[in-house]
Design a protein around this ligand. Structure first.
Ligand code: SAH
Ligand code: SF4
Length: 370
C-alpha cells in the first residue's frame, strides 16, 4: 500500500478487520463497519458523500483521513466478439488497462455465464519479456491494492452507466485473471490484499477458484503464495521449454531458471492439491521447434498440468511473428500425441489490441505524438 505521507490511503484497500478496528476506535457501533464495506465493495460508490446511511460526523472523519479516488475512464474499445477493453487514468495520470471478456461458450463447448475481467497489477513491467507490450514500456510503479480492486468496481459502474447488460442484480464480473499489465507477484502485498477483497463475503464475494494469478516465473513468490490458505488458481507463462529458448525471450529465466521454477510449481500444486496451467505463446521460428514440443511434453507430464497454446498476438514495434495455423495445429497435435492435455486458446479482441499492454502502448504513442 502506498505510504501515508504521500497521499492519504484509499478506502478501497481496507479489509473488514481494519474497518472494524478503525470505526470502533472512533467510537462507532460495530454495524457501521459493515455499512462502510457495503458502500465500498457492493455498491461501488464514487465518493464518501454518497454513503448516505453513515452519520455526517463519520463521513467527515473518513474524508479527513482517507481518499476515495475512482479510476477515470480514458478510453473504451469494444470488439466485434463482445470483448471490451478499458484504459483507465490514475490520480497521477498514469494509464492502465483492463479487458472484459464475456464468454458465452465454455472451453468444453457448453454455454457459459463466465464474465472474465483481465486486471492489471502494475504500471508497465520491469521484466522485459521480448514479445510483450508491457515489457517494452518498462516499469513505472506498483498499483496500490485499491487501484487493483477498483478496476473491477469501475467496470460495474461503467455497466450501470450504460445499462446494456441484462443480468439482473448480479455483479457483471464473476471471474478474474491477473493477466493485465505488470507482474502480479512482483507487487505481492498489494496483490494479496486485492485478492482478499475480491474473494471475501464482505468484499466482492468471488470464489478463490475463479481468481487466477498469472506469473512469468517468480519462483520464491510462487512458494510464498503456496503457503496462503486460499485456493487461488495459478497460471505460469512458460513460453519456452528449455533454458536456452526461455533465456532468449524472458530475462526472468536467468534469475530463476526452469528447474527452480518447475520445482516451485510442484510445491504450489502439493500445497493446494490443484492443477496449475501452463501458458505457452507460439512465436514463429522462436519456440515452435520439435525439441520444444518434446521438452514441453516432459515438463507438462512432470507437473500433470494442462497447456494452453496462444498464437502470438503481434505488437507494433516488436519484430516477432505469429506462426501459421498449420504450425499451430502441428505443435498442438504433437503435444497431444505425447499424452499432454492441450488447448489452443482463441484470442479475443484481436481487433482492439486486447493483448497485455497493447492499448496503453498505442495510446501513449498517440498522446506523445499529439
Ligand atoms: N506478468 C504476468 C501477467 C501479465 S501478462 C505474466 O507474464 O504471466 C499475461 C499474459 O499475456 C502472459 O502469459 C503473457 O506472456 C501474455 N502475452 C504478453 N504479450 C503477448 C502477446 N503479444 N501475444 C500473446 N500473449 C501475450
Ligand atoms: Fe511483464 Fe508478464 Fe509482459 Fe513479461 S509477459 S513483460 S512479466 S507483463
Amino acid at each position: 500500500m502506498r505510504c501515508q505521507t504521500e497521499t492519504p490511503r484509499d478506502l478501497r484497500s481496507l479489509n473488514a478487520e481494519e474497518a472494524e478496528d478503525l470505526l470502533s476506535g472512533w467510537g462507532h457501533k460495530s454495524y457501521r463497519a459493515k455499512q462502510l464495506l457495503g458502500w465500498l465493495y457492493k455498491k461501488s460508490v464514487g465518493s464518501i458523500d454518497e454513503m448516505t446511511d453513515l452519520p455526517q460526523g463519520l463521513r467527515e472523519q473518513l474524508a479527513a483521513s482517507f481518499a476515495l479516488q475512482p479510476l477515470k475512464l480514458a478510453r473504451e474499445q469494444c470488439s466485434v466478439d463482445g470483448t471490451v477493453k478499458f484504459l483507465w487514468r490514475l490520480e497521477d495520470d498514469q494509464l492502465i488497462e483492463s479487458v472484459l471478456i464475456p464468454a458465452s461458450i465454455g472451453r468444453d463447448g457448453s454455454q457459459s455465464d463466465r464474465r472474465t475481467l483481465c486486471v492489471s497489477s502494475q504500471v508497465g513491467c520491469a521484466y522485459g519479456c521480448k514479445f510483450c507490450a508491457s515489457g517494452l514500456m518498462g516499469y513505472k510503479r506498483n498499483l496500490d491494492a485499491s487501484e487493483i480492486v477498483d478496476q473491477v468496481l469501475a467496470v460495474e459502474r461503467w455497466r450501470l452507466s450504460k445499462g446494456t447488460w441484462s443480468i439482473g442484480s448480479e455483479p457483471l464480473v464473476n471471474n478474474i485473471v491477473m493477466m493485465g499489465m505488470g507482474e502480479p507477484l512482483a507487487n505481492y502485498d498489494n496483490l494479496l490484499r486485492a485478492l482478499e477483497i475480491f474473494n471475501a463475503p464482505w468484499g466482492l464475494n468471488i470464489g478463490a477458484r475463479k481468481i487466477t494469478v498469472s506469473t512469468s516465473g517468480l519462483a520464491p513468490q510462487i512458494r510464498r503464495l503456496a503457503e496462503t490458505p486460499q485456493q487461488y488458481h495459478l497460471a505460469i507463462s512458460l513460453h519456452g521449454a528449455t533454458d536456452a529458448v526461455r533465456d532468449k525471450i524472458m530475462p526472468i529465466n536467468r534469475k530463476y531458471p526452469l528447474e527452480e521454477l518447475i520445482s516451485a510449481c510442484e510445491a504450489y500444486q502439493q500445497a493446494k492439491g490443484r492443477m496449475i496451467w501452463v501458458e505457452y505463446i507460439l512465436i514463429d521460428g522462436v519456440n515452435t521447434g520439435l525439441e520444444q514440443v518434446e521438452a514441453l511434453g516432459d515438463l507438462a507430464k512432470r507437473l500433470k498440468c494442462k497447456v494452453n497454446l496462444i498464437p502470438y498476438n503481434p505488437v507494433d514495434s516488436i519484430q516477432l511473428k505469429r506462426p501459421s495455423d498449420g504450425i499451430v495445429s502441428q505443435f498442438r497435435d504433437a503435444l497431444h500425441h505425447l499424452g499432454v492435455r492441450v488447448t489452443v486458446r482463441i484470442e479475443k479482441g484481436t481487433d482492439i489490441d486486447a493483448a497485455c499492454g497493447q492499448l496503453r502502448l498505442k495510446s501513449e504513442k498517440k498522446f506523445s505524438s499529439a
